[in-house]
Design a protein around this ligand. Structure first.
Ligand code: SAH
Length: 244
């Protein structure tokens, strides 16, 4: 089954862009996913093909019009019915690996890319559009966010990554950051690979990796660590570890 990625944008030339290369590009050529960019401007109705107008209440910048974008959204929904619809906005819920996994398990998605000051707010409720953010910083447009989201989804599609299990170990899959990696040469600029990784003792290596993942998560991402620990305390299987 082909995963469908519809993208509503003022810059359709930006797609598939970097997703035409490497893992995602190969998957695209193999027909595992499809990228259908739609030009929002094609749904404008006035002589100037305008898609934006000044903000109600005043202030800087321009706002994408609900009526024009809704026509594009309705066209997209008719062309590929049943796809979840997401809009890129810094006001949205932060994108997570969990959400990415759920999207990748579905038939595809439609992504709305904002520009200027963003969309007329009425659009989201009127069309049941999920608002997502790729992080607490401001991009000039939603296209890069859409590429990020699509890259994260496409690598999870069946047959895209080598072994079916590859990816299971990655950061965030278990609620922790992944352990650090090393490869040859064993000594580089006076620094050596941790001894345990060359011991051939798989149980010891697994224990070392688990402990590194926990330590690094605690130090670098106290927010993730707290959530992880919270889940462990609540789960019956984790409870017995928490008595000490
Ligand atoms: N005025 C808006 C920012 C607009 S930036 C605000 O302050 O919330 C223009 C467009 O870039 C947005 O409509 C959105 O589509 C995209 N964008 C910017 N930052 C983003 C982010 N962190 N995540 C997802 N999309 C983003």
């Amino acid at each position: 089954m082909t995963f469908i990625a519809q993208v509503l944008t003022l810059y359709p030339e930006m797609f598939p862009g970097p997703l035409g290369l490497s893992i995602a590009g190969r998957a695209l050529n193999e027909g595992r996913w499809r990228c259908d960019p739609l030009q929002i401007r094609d749904f404008a109705t006035d002589r100037h093909r305008s898609v934006d107008d000044t903000p109600a209440g005043g202030g800087a910048g321009m706002v994408l019009r609900a009526d024009v974008v809704a026509r594009a959204v309705d066209h997209a929904a008719a062309a590929a019915p049943g796809l979840p619809m997401l809009a890129m906005t810094p006001r949205g819920a932060p994108l997570s690996q969990k959400r990415v996994r759920a999207l990748a398990a579905g038939p595809g998605l439609t992504i709305l890319c904002g520009r200027f000051e963003g969309f007329d707010e009425r659009l989201f409720e009127a069309r049941g559009i999920e608002q997502v953010s790729i992080g607490d910083y401001i991009l000039s447009g939603g296209e890069m966010g859409a590429l990020v989201l699509l890259d994260a989804c496409v690598r999870l599609l069946p047959g895209v990554m080598g072994a079916p299990s590859s990816g299971d170990d990655e950061s965030f899959e278990s609620g922790l950051l992944e352990y650090p990696h090393y490869t040859r040469p064993n000594e580089w600029e006076g620094r050596t690979i941790p001894e345990v990784l060359r011991s051939g003792d798989h149980a010891k290596i697994a224990a070392w990796r688990k402990s590194k993942a926990e330590i690094d998560t605690r130090l670098r991402r106290p927010d993730l660590w707290e959530r992880h620990e919270g889940a462990r305390v609540r789960s019956p299987s984790g409870a017995r570890h928490d008595e000490d």
